[in-house]
Design a protein around this ligand. Structure first.
Ligand code: NAD
Length: 484
């Protein structure tokens, strides 16, 4: 007799483990099969987010920001420290402890919610069957009414242009584990990973050059906000070269003196730069290794994403997929919401993910955060648009934080007053964004936010002011239009 479950979740990352916990909460018999092994060979739940992405990068962003502030800001407060130095090994150990604490916690949550955690690989066999092979190589067949594939994504490798050797040419996971600060660091791709990792290592002293093929910086962010962010990053010392398409690389030297020569095309000319280390951050691709997709006839699109309908149903009956492996925004919170919504749907609830209110954040300093449409997208979609923007320069709390940089821009529908998008660059905007997301979720108008009292002095007042400025009535900033 094979082991049977109501739900088998394949993948223990953010697409998988919350779905398994939710299924357990609702009394379903659920197993979560997770193949992730950390570089020390130990299995861990949490996938890329907790082990090799969001959480470790935030830990290093925080440490490196503290170094930067101690070196450059404390004296503004009258605090004398002498020369500030740091120990990278301690910084890395702190980062690892944060990750392992969180990933270990998932095991506890599984126990508390009756989820069976299975460490190893899952292969789809069809007809509700899954072959589970443990890391020790033992296999067994499991059956389930519903199977959820949440196997995530992995870094794109530029196999011809810059193949990983994981020492000199590295991926985003390697770049979180450096044991020394590279003297000269190159990064291919000025996307989210490029600017976050670039910020970490530049703050710790690496001379950092980011090569970006596109002519525009962060095209998904409203143009005014992206331009401001680029100006601030450049001022911090990040050398961002746009319209720079990397065409080849060559690793030279031996042992510790290995370097990488990078050739790129820019403005019709070929340029060459030499770096100690090169991070390739050109996107992520769906991960479906060892799933048996071909053999069982699971339909993938031309880029390898699992094809699903609006209810996350794949081409196979009883098999569903969520998270990075189905495409769309490759964000942990999008994966979490999809997994939970799907399990609730399977339990007969009416749950939906609102793809119009997906928050996005880049954890640089200042942070960049946005939800909804840019001004250009709103116009393309035929809206009659009205906008407002206010800088943090006029915000007392931001001044006290020594962080009065950036601004908030609000894009609204001129006919209905409804907020269509909010784009921010500034201190802690990752947290301020939640109010804007709630606004979009509740279909808020500018008037709704204008009538909402915001505590003083807080950074959130600048969201209030930006909304007021849409109708020319910001109090602490100059309005571009006459008050309505
Ligand atoms: P990305 O798609 O955000 O950016 C990759 C960039 O590389 C693009 O701008 C692209 O034009 C450029 N590029 C591609 N080929 C190039 C070449 N040959 N030369 C120069 N430039 C080239 O991808 P990413 O930064 O690798 O991130 C991967 C995914 O992970 C994204 O979906 C991202 O949203 C997600 N992520 C999110 C967060 C967060 O939410 N804070 C953090 C990290 C990663």
């Amino acid at each position: 007799m094979s082991e049977s479950y109501d739900i088998i979740v394949i993948g223990g990352g953010t697409g998988g483990y919350p779905a398994a916990i939710r299924a357990g909460q609702m009394g379903m018999k659920v197993a979560c099969i997770n193949a992730w092994l950390n570089r020390d060979g130990k299995p861990a739940y949490g996938g890329t987010c907790l082990n090799a992405g969001c959480i470790p990068s935030k830990a290093l962003l925080e440490s490196s920001e503290m170094v930067h502030r101690a070196q450059h800001e404390l004296k503004l407060h009258g605090i004398e420290t002498g020369k500030v130095s740091f120990d990278l090994a301690t910084m890395q150990a702190r980062k690892n402890k944060i990750s392992s604490g969180l990933t270990g916690g998932i095991g506890g949550l599984f126990k508390a919610n009756g989820v069976t955690g299975l460490e190893g690989w899952a292969k789809l066999l069809g007809d509700g069957k899954v072959e589970f092979t443990s890391h020790a190589g033992e296999s067994k067949t499991l059956t389930a009414k519903h199977i959820i594939v949440a196997t995530g994504s992995e870094p794109v490798e530029l196999k011809k242009v810059a193949p990983f050797d994981h020492e000199v040419i590295v991926d985003s996971w390697d770049a979180l584990d450096f044991t020394a600060v590279p003297k000269r660091l190159g990064i291919i791709g000025a996307g989210v990973i490029g600017v976050e990792l670039g910020s970490v290592w530049a703050r710790l002293g690496a001379e950092t050059v980011i090569l970006e093929a596109l002519d525009v910086f962060l095209p998904m962010v409203d143009a005014a906000i992206a331009k401001d962010a680029q100006r601030q990053f450049t001022k911090q010392g990040l050398d961002i070269r746009l319209g720079a398409k990397v065409s080849s690389t060559k690793v030279t030297g031996k042992g510790k003196s290995r370097k990488v020569e990078v050739s790129y095309e820019q403005g019709g000319k070929t340029h060459t730069e030499t770096f100690d280390t090169l991070i390739v951050a050109v996107g992520r691709r769906p991960f479906t290794d060892r799933l048996g997709a071909d053999e069982v006839g699971l339909a993938l699109d031309e880029r390898g994403f699992i094809k699903v309908d609006a209810h996350y149903r794949t081409s196979l009956p009883g098999v569903y997929a969520t998270g990075d492996v189905i495409g769309g925004a490759m964000l942990a919170h999008k994966a979490i919401e999809e997994g939970v919504a799907l399990v609730e749907q399977l339990a007969g609830h009416h749950t939906q993910v609102n793809y119009k209110a997906v928050p996005s954040v880049i954890y640089t300093t200042p942070e960049i955060a946005w939800v909804g449409l840019t001004e250009a997208q709103a116009k393309e979609q035929g809206f009659e648009v009205k906008t407002g923007a206010t800088p943090f320069a006029a915000n007392g709390r931001a001044k006290a934080l020594e962080a009065a940089n950036g601004s908030i821009k609000v894009i609204a529908d001129a006919k209905t007053d409804r907020i269509l998008g909010v784009h921010m660059c500034g201190p802690y905007v990752s947290e301020l964004l939640a109010e804007a997301v709630l606004g979009l979720e509740f279909a808020a108008t500018c008037e709704d936010i204008a009538l909402t009292m915001h505590a003083h002095p807080t950074l959130s007042e600048n969201f209030h002011e930006a909304v007021l400025s849409v109708d020319g009535r910001a109090i602490h900033a100059l309005n571009k239009k006459k008050a309505a």
